[in-house]
Design a protein around this ligand. Structure first.
Ligand code: PMV
Length: 315
Protein backbone atom coordinates (compact mmCIF):
# COMPACT_ATOMS: atom_id res chain seq x y z
CA UNK A 1 0.00 0.00 0.00
CA UNK A 2 1.49 3.40 -0.90
CA UNK A 3 1.82 6.15 1.69
CA UNK A 4 -0.01 9.38 0.94
CA UNK A 5 1.59 12.58 2.05
CA UNK A 6 0.70 16.23 1.76
CA UNK A 7 2.08 19.41 3.18
CA UNK A 8 0.76 22.91 3.75
CA UNK A 9 2.73 26.12 4.26
CA UNK A 10 2.69 28.56 7.14
CA UNK A 11 1.40 32.05 6.57
CA UNK A 12 1.70 35.59 7.77
CA UNK A 13 -0.75 38.45 7.66
CA UNK A 14 0.80 41.38 5.83
CA UNK A 15 -1.97 43.90 6.51
CA UNK A 16 -5.35 44.05 8.21
CA UNK A 17 -5.32 41.64 11.17
CA UNK A 18 -8.10 42.23 13.73
CA UNK A 19 -9.88 44.71 11.43
CA UNK A 20 -10.58 41.67 9.20
CA UNK A 21 -12.74 40.17 11.96
CA UNK A 22 -14.95 43.28 11.60
CA UNK A 23 -15.38 42.99 7.84
CA UNK A 24 -12.38 45.03 6.64
CA UNK A 25 -9.97 43.59 4.06
CA UNK A 26 -6.69 41.91 4.93
CA UNK A 27 -3.73 40.64 2.92
CA UNK A 28 -1.94 37.41 3.79
CA UNK A 29 0.85 35.47 2.12
CA UNK A 30 2.00 31.86 2.42
CA UNK A 31 5.42 31.16 3.95
CA UNK A 32 6.88 28.04 2.38
CA UNK A 33 9.97 27.94 4.62
CA UNK A 34 7.82 26.36 7.31
CA UNK A 35 5.31 23.58 6.75
CA UNK A 36 2.97 21.07 8.30
CA UNK A 37 3.11 17.60 6.81
CA UNK A 38 0.76 14.62 7.08
CA UNK A 39 1.52 11.06 5.98
CA UNK A 40 -1.24 8.47 5.82
CA UNK A 41 -0.41 4.76 5.69
CA UNK A 42 -3.22 2.26 5.28
CA UNK A 43 -3.07 -0.58 7.84
CA UNK A 44 -5.11 -3.29 6.06
CA UNK A 45 -4.10 -5.90 8.64
CA UNK A 46 -5.09 -3.77 11.63
CA UNK A 47 -8.41 -3.84 13.48
CA UNK A 48 -11.07 -2.36 11.14
CA UNK A 49 -11.62 1.30 11.97
CA UNK A 50 -8.42 1.60 14.02
CA UNK A 51 -6.91 5.01 13.22
CA UNK A 52 -3.56 5.63 14.87
CA UNK A 53 -2.40 9.22 15.23
CA UNK A 54 1.20 10.23 15.77
CA UNK A 55 2.24 13.85 16.28
CA UNK A 56 5.75 13.64 17.75
CA UNK A 57 6.21 17.43 17.85
CA UNK A 58 3.53 17.72 20.52
CA UNK A 59 4.25 14.32 22.10
CA UNK A 60 0.97 12.82 20.94
CA UNK A 61 0.57 9.13 20.13
CA UNK A 62 -3.00 7.95 20.33
CA UNK A 63 -5.95 6.62 18.39
CA UNK A 64 -8.89 8.49 16.94
CA UNK A 65 -11.28 6.64 19.25
CA UNK A 66 -9.38 7.86 22.31
CA UNK A 67 -9.55 11.55 21.41
CA UNK A 68 -12.55 13.70 22.34
CA UNK A 69 -14.61 14.50 19.23
CA UNK A 70 -13.81 18.20 19.45
CA UNK A 71 -10.06 17.67 19.64
CA UNK A 72 -8.81 19.47 16.51
CA UNK A 73 -7.13 16.34 15.09
CA UNK A 74 -10.23 14.23 15.68
CA UNK A 75 -12.56 16.96 14.42
CA UNK A 76 -10.68 17.28 11.15
CA UNK A 77 -10.94 13.52 10.49
CA UNK A 78 -14.61 13.25 11.44
CA UNK A 79 -15.40 16.26 9.27
CA UNK A 80 -13.43 14.78 6.37
CA UNK A 81 -15.22 11.43 6.78
CA UNK A 82 -18.57 13.15 6.71
CA UNK A 83 -17.65 15.28 3.65
CA UNK A 84 -16.71 12.06 1.85
CA UNK A 85 -19.84 10.24 3.07
CA UNK A 86 -17.74 7.51 4.67
CA UNK A 87 -19.65 5.19 6.93
CA UNK A 88 -16.40 4.17 8.65
CA UNK A 89 -12.77 5.24 8.49
CA UNK A 90 -10.49 2.48 7.17
CA UNK A 91 -7.64 1.43 9.47
CA UNK A 92 -4.61 3.63 8.98
CA UNK A 93 -1.77 5.44 10.69
CA UNK A 94 -1.56 9.21 10.31
CA UNK A 95 1.71 10.90 11.18
CA UNK A 96 1.76 14.69 11.51
CA UNK A 97 4.87 16.83 11.74
CA UNK A 98 5.25 20.58 11.58
CA UNK A 99 7.96 23.17 11.98
CA UNK A 100 5.48 26.05 12.08
CA UNK A 101 5.72 27.76 15.49
CA UNK A 102 2.61 26.96 17.57
CA UNK A 103 0.44 29.95 18.62
CA UNK A 104 2.84 32.28 16.84
CA UNK A 105 0.50 33.75 14.23
CA UNK A 106 1.84 31.61 11.41
CA UNK A 107 -1.23 29.47 10.94
CA UNK A 108 0.09 26.24 12.44
CA UNK A 109 -3.34 24.85 13.28
CA UNK A 110 -4.85 25.59 9.86
CA UNK A 111 -1.79 24.15 8.11
CA UNK A 112 -2.06 20.91 10.10
CA UNK A 113 -5.74 20.62 9.16
CA UNK A 114 -5.10 21.31 5.47
CA UNK A 115 -2.24 18.79 5.29
CA UNK A 116 -4.35 16.09 6.97
CA UNK A 117 -7.40 16.79 4.79
CA UNK A 118 -5.31 16.53 1.61
CA UNK A 119 -3.37 13.39 2.55
CA UNK A 120 -6.33 11.61 4.12
CA UNK A 121 -8.79 12.28 1.30
CA UNK A 122 -6.19 11.29 -1.33
CA UNK A 123 -5.43 8.07 0.52
CA UNK A 124 -9.09 7.14 0.12
CA UNK A 125 -9.09 7.95 -3.58
CA UNK A 126 -11.42 10.89 -3.00
CA UNK A 127 -9.27 14.05 -2.99
CA UNK A 128 -11.28 16.95 -1.61
CA UNK A 129 -11.39 20.19 -3.60
CA UNK A 130 -9.59 23.31 -2.36
CA UNK A 131 -12.94 24.85 -1.58
CA UNK A 132 -13.97 21.89 0.58
CA UNK A 133 -10.57 21.77 2.27
CA UNK A 134 -10.65 25.46 3.12
CA UNK A 135 -14.19 25.19 4.49
CA UNK A 136 -13.45 22.13 6.64
CA UNK A 137 -10.22 23.70 7.94
CA UNK A 138 -12.28 26.79 8.81
CA UNK A 139 -14.72 24.69 10.81
CA UNK A 140 -11.80 23.23 12.77
CA UNK A 141 -10.41 26.77 13.32
CA UNK A 142 -13.74 27.65 14.90
CA UNK A 143 -12.99 25.08 17.60
CA UNK A 144 -9.60 26.67 18.32
CA UNK A 145 -10.44 30.32 17.92
CA UNK A 146 -14.17 30.84 18.35
CA UNK A 147 -14.76 33.45 15.65
CA UNK A 148 -11.97 33.18 13.09
CA UNK A 149 -12.17 35.45 10.08
CA UNK A 150 -11.21 32.58 7.75
CA UNK A 151 -8.03 34.16 6.46
CA UNK A 152 -5.68 31.43 7.73
CA UNK A 153 -7.44 28.46 6.13
CA UNK A 154 -7.85 30.46 2.90
CA UNK A 155 -4.25 31.55 2.34
CA UNK A 156 -2.89 28.18 3.48
CA UNK A 157 -5.23 26.12 1.30
CA UNK A 158 -4.65 28.17 -1.85
CA UNK A 159 -0.93 28.72 -1.14
CA UNK A 160 -0.93 32.13 -2.80
CA UNK A 161 -1.09 35.75 -1.63
CA UNK A 162 -4.73 36.63 -0.93
CA UNK A 163 -6.79 39.75 -0.51
CA UNK A 164 -9.42 38.63 1.91
CA UNK A 165 -12.73 40.00 3.11
CA UNK A 166 -14.72 37.80 5.48
CA UNK A 167 -17.57 35.94 3.80
CA UNK A 168 -16.73 37.42 0.40
CA UNK A 169 -15.39 35.37 -2.52
CA UNK A 170 -11.63 35.11 -2.11
CA UNK A 171 -9.29 36.95 -4.44
CA UNK A 172 -5.74 35.90 -5.06
CA UNK A 173 -3.39 38.82 -5.45
CA UNK A 174 -1.13 39.51 -8.42
CA UNK A 175 2.35 40.46 -7.25
CA UNK A 176 3.95 42.73 -9.84
CA UNK A 177 7.40 42.81 -8.29
CA UNK A 178 8.97 40.38 -5.83
CA UNK A 179 9.71 41.63 -2.33
CA UNK A 180 11.47 40.25 0.71
CA UNK A 181 10.15 39.93 4.24
CA UNK A 182 11.98 39.06 7.40
CA UNK A 183 9.95 37.38 10.12
CA UNK A 184 11.17 37.63 13.71
CA UNK A 185 9.72 35.30 16.34
CA UNK A 186 9.36 36.73 19.86
CA UNK A 187 8.99 33.16 21.17
CA UNK A 188 6.01 34.42 23.20
CA UNK A 189 3.02 32.16 22.62
CA UNK A 190 -0.14 34.17 22.28
CA UNK A 191 -3.45 32.40 21.83
CA UNK A 192 -5.40 34.18 19.09
CA UNK A 193 -8.78 33.69 20.77
CA UNK A 194 -7.86 35.67 23.88
CA UNK A 195 -6.41 38.65 21.98
CA UNK A 196 -9.42 38.66 19.62
CA UNK A 197 -11.73 38.64 22.62
CA UNK A 198 -9.89 41.57 24.26
CA UNK A 199 -10.23 43.59 21.08
CA UNK A 200 -13.91 42.72 21.10
CA UNK A 201 -14.25 44.02 24.65
CA UNK A 202 -12.47 47.24 23.60
CA UNK A 203 -14.84 47.56 20.65
CA UNK A 204 -17.85 47.11 22.93
CA UNK A 205 -16.55 49.78 25.30
CA UNK A 206 -15.51 52.33 22.66
CA UNK A 207 -17.26 51.39 19.46
CA UNK A 208 -16.67 54.62 17.61
CA UNK A 209 -12.93 54.74 18.24
CA UNK A 210 -12.47 51.10 17.27
CA UNK A 211 -14.55 51.47 14.12
CA UNK A 212 -12.32 54.40 13.16
CA UNK A 213 -9.22 52.31 13.78
CA UNK A 214 -10.63 49.47 11.68
CA UNK A 215 -11.53 51.90 8.88
CA UNK A 216 -8.01 53.31 8.89
CA UNK A 217 -6.56 49.78 8.72
CA UNK A 218 -8.94 48.95 5.87
CA UNK A 219 -7.74 52.00 3.92
CA UNK A 220 -4.10 50.98 4.46
CA UNK A 221 -4.85 47.47 3.23
CA UNK A 222 -6.49 48.92 0.11
CA UNK A 223 -3.42 51.07 -0.61
CA UNK A 224 -1.15 48.09 0.02
CA UNK A 225 -3.09 46.04 -2.50
CA UNK A 226 -2.55 48.70 -5.16
CA UNK A 227 1.15 48.93 -4.27
CA UNK A 228 1.60 45.15 -4.54
CA UNK A 229 -0.34 44.87 -7.79
CA UNK A 230 1.53 47.76 -9.37
CA UNK A 231 5.00 46.98 -8.04
CA UNK A 232 5.31 50.09 -5.83
CA UNK A 233 7.24 48.16 -3.23
CA UNK A 234 8.80 51.27 -1.66
CA UNK A 235 5.43 52.45 -0.47
CA UNK A 236 4.73 49.17 1.39
CA UNK A 237 7.20 50.00 4.20
CA UNK A 238 5.46 53.17 5.39
CA UNK A 239 2.09 51.38 5.12
CA UNK A 240 3.39 48.63 7.42
CA UNK A 241 4.57 51.27 9.89
CA UNK A 242 1.14 52.93 9.87
CA UNK A 243 -0.61 49.59 10.31
CA UNK A 244 1.60 48.81 13.32
CA UNK A 245 0.76 52.18 14.89
CA UNK A 246 -2.96 51.39 14.57
CA UNK A 247 -2.48 47.91 16.05
CA UNK A 248 -0.73 49.55 19.02
CA UNK A 249 -3.77 51.76 19.47
CA UNK A 250 -5.95 48.64 19.54
CA UNK A 251 -3.74 47.48 22.41
CA UNK A 252 -2.47 44.30 20.77
CA UNK A 253 1.25 45.03 20.58
CA UNK A 254 3.75 44.19 23.33
CA UNK A 255 7.12 45.50 24.52
CA UNK A 256 8.83 42.63 22.65
CA UNK A 257 7.02 43.37 19.38
CA UNK A 258 7.62 47.12 19.65
CA UNK A 259 11.28 46.42 20.40
CA UNK A 260 11.60 44.21 17.31
CA UNK A 261 9.88 46.80 15.11
CA UNK A 262 12.24 49.49 16.39
CA UNK A 263 15.32 47.29 15.98
CA UNK A 264 14.36 46.31 12.43
CA UNK A 265 13.72 49.90 11.36
CA UNK A 266 16.96 51.17 12.92
CA UNK A 267 18.88 48.45 11.08
CA UNK A 268 17.52 49.57 7.72
CA UNK A 269 14.17 47.80 7.24
CA UNK A 270 11.81 49.76 5.00
CA UNK A 271 8.92 49.17 7.39
CA UNK A 272 7.84 46.77 10.12
CA UNK A 273 4.78 45.65 12.04
CA UNK A 274 3.47 42.90 14.24
CA UNK A 275 1.73 40.13 12.32
CA UNK A 276 -1.24 38.06 13.44
CA UNK A 277 -3.08 38.40 16.71
CA UNK A 278 -0.26 40.23 18.51
CA UNK A 279 0.90 40.27 22.17
CA UNK A 280 3.50 37.73 21.09
CA UNK A 281 4.13 35.69 18.00
CA UNK A 282 5.85 37.36 15.11
CA UNK A 283 6.97 40.67 13.72
CA UNK A 284 7.51 41.18 10.00
CA UNK A 285 9.83 43.65 8.33
CA UNK A 286 10.19 44.63 4.69
CA UNK A 287 13.87 44.48 3.79
CA UNK A 288 16.06 45.02 0.78
CA UNK A 289 17.96 41.73 0.29
CA UNK A 290 21.23 43.68 0.75
CA UNK A 291 20.14 44.82 4.25
CA UNK A 292 18.72 41.51 5.42
CA UNK A 293 21.83 40.28 7.30
CA UNK A 294 22.02 43.51 9.25
CA UNK A 295 18.33 43.35 10.19
CA UNK A 296 18.66 39.68 11.20
CA UNK A 297 21.51 40.57 13.55
CA UNK A 298 19.55 43.48 15.02
CA UNK A 299 16.56 41.23 15.68
CA UNK A 300 18.72 38.56 17.26
CA UNK A 301 20.27 41.19 19.52
CA UNK A 302 16.73 42.30 20.43
CA UNK A 303 15.92 38.70 21.49
CA UNK A 304 14.40 37.02 18.42
CA UNK A 305 14.19 33.24 18.92
CA UNK A 306 14.60 32.74 15.23
CA UNK A 307 14.13 34.62 12.01
CA UNK A 308 12.82 33.55 8.62
CA UNK A 309 13.66 35.34 5.41
CA UNK A 310 11.00 34.84 2.76
CA UNK A 311 10.56 36.19 -0.73
CA UNK A 312 7.09 36.99 -2.00
CA UNK A 313 7.60 36.19 -5.65
CA UNK A 314 6.21 38.19 -8.51
CA UNK A 315 3.36 36.34 -10.26
O1 PMV B 1 -2.50 34.97 15.03
P1 PMV B 1 -3.09 34.57 13.72
O2 PMV B 1 -2.14 34.64 12.62
O3 PMV B 1 -3.93 33.35 13.77
O4 PMV B 1 -3.99 35.76 13.26
C1 PMV B 1 -5.14 36.15 13.81
C2 PMV B 1 -5.68 37.20 12.92
C3 PMV B 1 -6.85 37.91 13.49
O5 PMV B 1 -7.26 38.88 12.53
C4 PMV B 1 -6.45 38.64 14.76
C5 PMV B 1 -7.99 36.97 13.80
C6 PMV B 1 -8.64 36.37 12.57
O6 PMV B 1 -9.38 35.38 12.75
O7 PMV B 1 -8.48 36.87 11.45
Amino acid sequence: MPAYSASAPGKIILFGEHAVVYGRPAIAVPVYQVRAKAIVNADPRSVPGMVKLQAPDIGLETTLAELPENHPLAAVLWKAASAMNLSHIPACTIRITSNIPIAGGMGSSAAVSVAILRAFSSSLGHPLSDEQISRLAYEVEEIHHGTPSGIDNTVITYGRPVYFIKEVKIETLQVKQSFTLLIGDTGVQSPTASVVSEVHQGWEREREQYEELFNAVGAITGSARLAIENGYIDSLGPLMDENHALLRKMGVSSPELDGFVEAARSAGALGAKLSGAGRGGNMIALVMPSASDRVVRALEAAGARHTILTEIRGT
